[in-house]
Design a protein around this ligand. Structure first.
Ligand SMILES: *Cc1c(COP(=O)(O)O)cnc(C)c1O
Length: 478
């Protein structure tokens, strides 16, 4: 399998090359040259693989279609090491549970940091360690987080050989739970940097450091952000696992609703659908930051400025632009890279928006690719959390509540609707208390989290000081 950039760079790459890279050199995102096809017979085989051999083996069967530069036995071992009951809390790894008839919740949040990002990031940790050892190289991961991404990355990379993590976060602006999760990690290769500023300051610092090519090369700076193809690929697996749990008849169709921000999660559903998984609808649920909902309704994609980006009670969906969206647009235009480049580099780069509402391909977003969308607000979130608690005695988190609210607007009889549960409610306890008057339950393993000693270095929002910190603590050999 070879990978190409959405903006037409002629160079084709292999999986392990793009594994450690971020954007393509032309600013585009990597995609495989084609999506391997799963026909009806093969789908039945995969159904029994999941039932009889489990999630890790299913992951291997899907990943191996996209990865031909890691020997089979090594890739299988990496999957087996990643997807265990010990790490994800159940043999199903992503168990499905029922709400009302026809509506299910696919639980993706039982990994170490209680958000779906663990499912991809845990695999990425093992892949990085493997590939760096094979090359005799080291990597210094630099990131910016306001919550879920940073903790998932740290829990995936903790103690991994050849990897140091430098994670910046805005001082005092993460939830106490998220802060305790990250700052209590004892491993010496994890460095928490609290920046005296807001999240945008952290992101600007990461951008400035990464733009300094000589510093980047010299200190082998890398990232693990959501545009990484390996992360997206790992997420394809649970669409299959969810499908098998919701259906028994061959080729029965289901729909998914995905609480969305950077479009990584739902893009994995799009890939699964393009491979032939019988998905009817892919419903994109947004919060008040409804960039994607506006696009799917009108064809207008308009970035928000930081002033126009609301701080909401589903904060992991508070995005100003959807980083992975370019991948879908590439498929929508059937791989027309010059057009993608014109839209994302020229139009978006200059005016901050584009409009393809009049282009004939726009109708295919729904017709050919099954995309629908909807929006949910703080009031909707509270109502959905209350209703779910009252009627089903279940507590769902704020992001999942956005998903459930929007899912109900797109139900179709005879087609099960699977809402992806992207976090556990304990991560957003304040809003649960606002909705229900009491906090959500805390998993036993984390009961003492707030008592654990914390480790963090505070720095001003200053690129030079962050660089100096990296120089002092980086690893320069595996
Ligand atoms: C990251 C995240 C999302 C958004 O996922 P994308 O892949 O960025 O669309 C939604 N909910 C939670 C809880 C998250 O952590």
């Amino acid at each position: 399998m070879r990978y190409v950039s959405t903006r037409g760079n002629p160079e084709q790459k292999r999986f392990c090359d793009i594994l450690l890279e971020g954007l393509a050199p032309d600013g585009g995102l990597y995609l495989p040259v084609s999506y391997p096809q799963i026909d009806a017979n093969r789908l039945q085989v995969l159904r029994s693989v999941y039932a009889e051999q489990g999630y890790a083996q299913l992951a291997f069967e899907i990943l191996t279609l996209y990865i031909d530069d890691i020997p089979h036995n090594d890739l299988r071992a990496l999957c087996q090491k990643t997807y265990t009951r010990e790490v994800f809390g159940s043999a199903a790894i992503t168990p499905l549970r029922a709400l009302e008839p026809g509506v299910f919740v696919l639980a993706l949040s039982n990994g170490p940091t209680l958000a779906f990002k663990d499912l991809a990031m845990q695999l990425l940790g093992h892949l990085f360690e493997y590939e760096l050892a094979r090359r005799g190289e080291a990597l210094n991961i630099l990131g910016a987080t306001s919550g879920d991404t940073g903790s998932a990355a740290e829990y995936a990379m903790r103690g991994k050989k050849g990897v140091q993590v430098f994670m910046t976060s805005p001082h005092g602006r993460m939830s106490p739970f998220q802060q305790a999760q990250m700052f209590s990690l004892p491993e010496p290769n994890i460095h928490n940097i609290a920046i005296q500023g807001v999240f945008d300051d952290c992101q600007d610092i990461v951008k400035a450091v990464s733009a300094d090519q000589s510093f980047k090369r010299r200190y082998r700076i890398g990232t693990v952000n959501s545009i990484n193809w390996a992360r997206l690929l790992a997420q394809v697996v649970y669409y299959f696992a969810g499908y098998f749990q919701a259906t028994s008849a061959p080729q029965q169709r289901v729909s998914f609703t995905v609480p969305s921000g950077n479009f990584g999660n739902v893009c994995a559903g799009h890939v699964a659908r393009c491979m032939g998984l019988p998905i009817a609808k892919l419903v994109v649920a947004t919060n008040e930051n409804d960039v994607l909902d506006v696009f799917f309704k009108t064809g207008v994609y308009k970035l928000r400025t930081s002033e126009q980006t609301f701080e909401t009670s589903s904060p992991s969906m508070d995005i100003s632009k959807a980083s992975n969206f370019e991948r879908f647009v590439f498929d929508l235009f059937q791989g027309d890279a010059p057009r993608v480049k014109q839209l994302f580099q020229d139009e978006l780069g200059h005016s901050g928006w584009f409009d393809i509402g009049q282009d004939p391909v726009f109708s295919q977003a729904q017709g050919r690719f099954g995309f629908y969308s909807g929006r949910s607000t703080h009031a909707d979130r509270l109502r959905t959390i209350q209703d779910t608690h009252k009627r089903f005695a279940q507590i769902i988190d704020t992001h999942t509540a956005d998903g459930l609210k929007v899912a109900r607007e797109h139900l179709q009889s005879h087609e099960p609707m699977l809402v992806l549960e992207t976090a556990l409610p304990i991560k957003f306890a304040d809003t649960i208390i606002e909705a229900l008057g009491h906090p959500p339950p805390c998993p036993a393993a984390l009961a003492d989290l707030s008592q654990r000693p914390q480790r963090v270095t505070m720095l001003p929002a200053d690129v030079a000081q962050v660089k100096a910190f990296i120089e002092q603590h980086c690893s320069d050999a595996a």
